[in-house]
Ligand binder design. Structure first.
Ligand SMILES: C[S@@+](CC[C@H](N)C(=O)[O-])C[C@H]1O[C@@H](n2cnc3c(N)ncnc32)[C@H](O)[C@@H]1O
Length: 483
C-alpha cells in the first residue's frame, strides 16, 4: 500500500514539474528506493497509455481512485509484476482486471502492435531499445569469481566466457551470462535477469551494481592496508567494492550526510562482510583534513550528489531555467567537495565520479579544480575505453548506453604531481602511455596566472584564509619545481 501511495504522490509532483524523479524518490525516505524509483519511472513512461485505459474504462468514477494512484496500480496490474499490495486496492483492481486488460488489448489492435513497449512514445522507445544488461559484481570478500560461475552453471545458467566485442552483450538472453570486457569480478546477464531473490545476493556473495558504478573503486585501486576516504558514501556499493579491493585491510573512512541512507548502508556492508570501514554521519566538507586520524589517507573516492541525468529512466528534465539553476548549485557543491578533498596532506590519488551526462557537473568541475590546484594532474584512464571525457579532458571516461552499455556516467582521476625525487606509487588499474603522460603535463592542468587569479576571486564557497595562503605558497613551490 505504502509503495503505491508514495509512487502516486511522486508521480503527481513530477507531472506538475515540481521536481525530478530521482530527487523526489530519494527525498521520500521510502525504505525500498529502487522499487519505488522503478515503479515511478515505468508508470511515467506509460502515462499516456494508462490515461487512455483509465478513461475508456471509466475507472476513476467506478472506483473513486485518484488519477495518479490509479495509474501506478493499473501499471503494475497490466504491465508490471502484478499488484503487490493486499486489501481493498487489490480487490478493486482484480474486480476490474478483465475490463482493463480488454482496454489495453483494444489499444494494441488500434495501433497494430503486439508488445506493450511498442505503445511507448517514440522518444522513449529509443531509450528502451538501448538495453542495459544486468551487471553482477562478485563480492570477493565472501567468494570468488570461479565459485560464483560454478554455482550459477549448476543452477542452469549458461556461461559464455569473455565477449570479443561490446555488441556480444546485446545477444545475451535467458540464462546466458558473460564475464565483463573491462572489469574483473564483474558478470553480465541479460537485462531481464532478476537476482533480488537469489541466494547469492541475499548472502552478500554478489552485489547488484551497474558497470559504470564499479569504475571508480576499480580505477582508484587502493592497495591492501591503505587508508582511504569514501567522501559521499551511501548507500555504499562503492564502499564495499573498495573494501573488497583492500581485502578488508587498512582503514576505510566513509562519510554521508543522510542518516537514513547510512543506515541502509550499514545493512549492506554487513551483508557484504565489510569490516575495515568507519562510518560517519558527517558533512564531508566539515571533515578536517589536518586531523591526525586522516594523516595516512592517500586515496579518496568522491561520488557526490549529482543531477542523476545519466540514469536511463525517463529524462525528467525540469523547465530550462530551473534545470540551469539546479546544475549550477550542484556543480558548485561538487567543486567545493573536490577542492576540499585535495586538502588532505598525504593524498596521492582521487577519483571523482558522477552519474550525470552534463559537462557542467563533469569536465567543468574538474577543469576548475585543476586550475585551483596545479599540484594535481589528470591520469589517463583505461586507454581502451570507448568513450572519453569531452575535449580537452580526454584522459577522463564517460559512459553511456550506446557506447558502453551502461548508464550515463563520468569518471576522472587526479593524482598529485610527483615531487622532484620520484616516489614509488602503487600500480594503477590503468596503464599510462608515455604520450598520454606528456599530454597530462601540458598547460591544461597548469593554468596561467590570470586563470589562477580568476579562480581566487571566483564565487566559490569561502575558503579559510590560512589555507588559502598555504595553497598560494604551494602553487609558487610547484611553479618553481616545474620551471
Ligand atoms: C551519488 S550518492 C553516493 C552513492 C555512493 N557513492 C554509492 O556508490 O553507493 C551521493 C551521496 O552524497 C551524500 N552527500 C551529499 N552531500 C554530502 C556532504 N556534504 N557530505 C557527505 N555526504 C554528502 C548524499 O546523502 C548521497 O548519499
Amino acid at each position: 500500500m505504502a509503495l503505491y501511495l508514495k509512487a502516486a504522490e511522486i508521480l503527481e509532483k513530477v507531472e506538475q514539474k515540481r521536481g525530478a524523479v530521482k530527487t523526489l524518490v530519494y527525498d521520500s525516505k521510502f525504505p525500498n528506493i529502487k522499487q519505488l524509483f522503478a515503479l515511478v519511472c515505468e508508470t511515467q513512461k506509460y502515462s499516456s497509455v494508462l490515461q487512455e485505459i483509465i478513461n475508456s474504462t471509466k475507472l476513476l468514477k467506478e472506483t473513486k481512485l485518484r488519477i495518479h494512484l490509479a495509474k501506478v496500480l493499473v501499471y503494475d496490474l497490466l504491465i508490471g509484476h502484478g499488484v503487490k499490495c493486499g486489501g481493498a486496492w487489490k480487490t478493486t483492481m482484480l474486480k476490474h482486471r478483465a475490463r482493463l486488460q480488454a482496454a489495453l488489448a483494444r489499444i494494441k489492435i488500434k495501433r497494430k502492435v503486439s508488445r506493450n513497449q511498442d505503445l511507448l512514445p517514440s522518444s522513449i522507445q529509443q531509450t528502451q531499445n538501448d538495453v542495459i544488461p544486468r551487471y553482477v559484481r562478485v563480492n570477493t570478500l565472501k567468494t570468488s569469481l570461479e565459485d560464483v560461475i560454478d554455482y550459477l552453471k549448476r543452477e542452469g545458467f549458461s556461461y559464455q566466457g569473455t565477449p570479443g566485442r561490446l555488441e556480444d552483450l546485446d545477444r545475451l538472453s535467458g540464462k546466458m551470462f558473460l564475464c565483463d570486457l573491462h572489469l574483473k569480478d564483474l558478470l553480465v546477464f541479460s537485462g531481464k535477469t532478476d537476482f533480488h531473490d537469489h541466494f547469492l545476493y541475499k548472502a552478500g556473495h554478489i552485489i547488484l551494481q551497474g558497470k559504470a558504478s564499479c569504475l571508480p573503486a576499480f580505477l582508484l585501486n587502493p592497495p591492501v592496508g591503505s587508508h582511504v576516504i569514501d567522501a559521499c558514501a551511501a548507500p555504499g556499493n562503492k564502499t564495499s567494492h573498495l573494501a573488497a579491493i583492500m581485502k578488508n585491510k587498512g582503514k576505510l573512512f566513509a562519510f554521508d550526510l543522510d542518516a537514513k541512507r547510512l543506515s541502509t548502508m550499514s545493512t549492506l556492508l554487513l551483508r557484504a562482510g565489510v569490516t575495515c570501514h568507519k562510518l560517519a554521519n558527517q558533512d564531508f566538507l566539515k571533515v578536517d583534513p589536518q586531523n591526525s586520524e586522516y594523516k595516512e589517507v592517500k586515496y579518496i573516492l568522491l561520488d557526490p550528489s549529482c543531477s542523476g541525468s545519466g540514469m536511463v529512466c525517463l529524462r525528467d528534465e525540469l523547465p530550462e531555467t530551473q534545470e540551469d539553476g539546479r546544475l549550477q548549485a550542484l556543480a558548485a557543491f561538487q567543486l567545493h567537495c573536490l577542492n576540499h578533498a585535495l586538502q588532505f596532506p598525504q593524498l596521492e590519488r582521487i577519483v571523482y565520479s558522477t552519474c550525470s551526462i552534463h559537462s557542467q557537473e563533469n569536465e567543468e568541475v574538474v577543469t576548475a579544480c585543476l586550475q585551483r590546484n596545479p599540484g594535481f594532474r589528470l591520469v589517463h584512464l583505461l586507454p581502451d575505453w570507448p568513450e572519453r571525457g569531452h575535449e580537452p579532458l580526454t584522459q577522463c571516461l564517460r559512459a553511456s548506453t550506446a557506447k558502453t552499455r551502461t548508464h550515463g556516467f563520468f569518471v576522472a582521476m587526479l593524482e598529485r604531481r610527483p615531487a622532484q625525487s620520484d616516489k614509488e606509487t602503487p600500480p594503477l588499474n590503468t596503464p599510462l602511455s608515455s604520450a598520454s603522460q606528456e599530454k597530462q603535463d601540458k598547460p591544461q592542468s597548469n593554468p596561467s596566472d590570470e586563470e589562477q587569479e580568476n579562480m581566487e576571486t571566483s564565487n566559490e564557497q569561502p575558503a579559510n584564509p590560512s589555507s588559502k595562503k598555504k595553497r598560494k605558497r604551494n602553487r609558487k613551490k610547484h611553479k618553481k619545481q616545474e620551471s
